[in-house]
Design a protein around this ligand. Structure first.
Ligand SMILES: Cc1cc2nc3c(=O)[nH]c(=O)nc-3n(C[C@H](O)[C@H](O)[C@H](O)COP(=O)(O)OP(=O)(O)OC[C@H]3O[C@@H](n4cnc5c(N)ncnc54)[C@H](O)[C@@H]3O)c2cc1C
Length: 367
């Protein structure tokens, strides 16, 4: 049977797009590789825009246990600067959020097929042929590609502007005093060769999500313990935060070859690329999830009004151009020099300015 739309990938972008299509009465099948939602390498900072788009889907992260974030702290070279965020944000684990958004899609009428991994995608006449690792085949008139960091065979993204970073993530239970001190803040902690985000999540835990250059990681023998030691050696702030803490995963989650700065080119192949498949913004700006949700809302809005994927891709490139350029340049600066800390010392508002400059422009947000 030929489906009207198949969405490949049931993360934030895929689930949001499928929900919008189903709500508009369209036939939509969503394929998700995993059986249940799991922890992902992500700072788990939900910006105002992400919260807006989740609300449009009828979701309430606070009801899922998300904790509020109202301020940002920068710790670098023994300097500690804090400022209020220009918006209210929340923090929620991806395991909780991803499961909830997929269930929300099912409730909207999406046919969700879990434990199904798309393997090959090709065009034949007016339809798409799709086969899975499980040996199934599908035919669809429209395809929404939302596989996040995983590229489908034959559908590789280019490398982006800043691709020499490795991401490592660990949950901790901090000491009571340190958890209380962290509460309400997202902290950005710089160290030579990398930086880390730290913020509380639900259930009294804290998420430490760290980026380090491949070269620095190699010099530290690829050892997680050595990375933490290195970061703490250069940041008494992080050392204090982690003293008396307990790591909650057996080993850190890891991700490499992240194509930061990537923006999908405008093409005419007809595939609707969503989320990380359309653009990848360096993580410290914390906006990847809102881009994923924005892409889903923009793509489905244009699809439902008869526009082509080309029009969508042009709009995405235009809307995200500035934010991705600024964020990519800054992320290169962050791992190379403590310059940002010096600049912030002179101009504490800089953190707020960066947060504003790297966001999706207000005028592009779909209401
Ligand atoms: C280190 C780091 C920190 C980050 N921190 C933040 C942050 O604090 N705040 C923020 O807003 N953003 C952050 N991001 C960005 C954010 O995580 C991503 O931009 C966002 O998850 C993209 O959503 P997505 O739906 O495109 O992909 P994903 O959420 O990765 O979902 C893709 C889905 O597709 C499925 N899939 C993959 N391949 C297949 C296949 N072949 N067939 C079927 N299913 C498949 C996967 O199982 C997955 O469920 C961070 C990213 C990194 C790397």
């Amino acid at each position: 049977m030929e489906r009207e739309a198949v969405v490949i990938g049931g993360g934030l972008a895929g689930a949001a797009a499928a929900t919008q299509l189903a709500r508009a009465g369209r036939d939509v099948l969503l394929l998700e590789r995993t059986r249940t939602a799991h922890h992902k390498v992500c700072g788990e900072f939900l910006s105002r825009e992400a919260l807006h788009y989740l609300a449009l889907l009828g979701m309430d992260p606070a009801a899922l246990g998300a904790v509020p974030i109202t301020g940002v702290r920068l710790a670098a070279c023994e300097l500690l600067v804090e400022t209020a965020l220009p918006f209210m944000a929340l923090s929620l684990t991806r395991r909780t959020l991803d499961e909830a958004i997929l269930r929300n899609a099912e409730a909207a009428g999406v046919e969700v097929q879990r434990s199904t991994s798309a393997a090959a995608l090709s065009r034949s006449n007016s339809a798409w042929d799709l086969s899975t690792d499980q040996g199934e085949s599908f035919s669809a008139r429209n395809v929404f590609l939302a596989t996040g960091k995983h590229d489908l065979r034959g559908w590789l993204r280019s490398k982006g502007w800043h691709n020499d970073l490795v991401a490592l993530k660990m949950y901790f239970r901090l000491s009571q005093a340190q958890h209380a001190a962290l509460s309400g803040f997202v902290e950005l902690i710089l160290f030579p060769g990398g930086y880390t985000g730290l913020q509380a999540v639900e259930n009294g835990e804290a998420n430490l999500c760290l980026l380090i250059t491949r070269e620095r990681l190699r010099r530290l023998n690829g050892s997680w313990e050595a990375v933490l030691e290195h970061a703490c050696l250069h940041s008494s702030h992080l050392r204090d935060r982690l003293s008396g803490s307990q790591a909650l995963l057996d080993r850190p989650l890891a991700l490499s070859s992240i194509p930061y700065g990537y923006r999908a080119p405008v093409g005419s192949d007809g595939v609707w690329r969503l989320g990380d498949q359309t653009a990848v913004i360096p993580s410290f700006s914390g906006d990847g999830m809102s881009i994923a949700l924005h892409s889903a809302h923009l793509a489905t809005k244009l699809f439902l009004t008869g526009n082509t994927s080309n029009v969508y891709q042009q709009q995405m490139r235009r809307q995200l151009g500035r934010g991705i350029c600024v964020a990519s340049a800054l992320s290169q600066l962050l791992v190379r020099a403590p310059l940002l800390a010096q600049l912030v010392r002179v101009r504490p508002r800089l953190l707020r300015d960066i947060a504003i400059l790297t966001r999706i422009p207000e005028s592009a947000i779909i209401r």
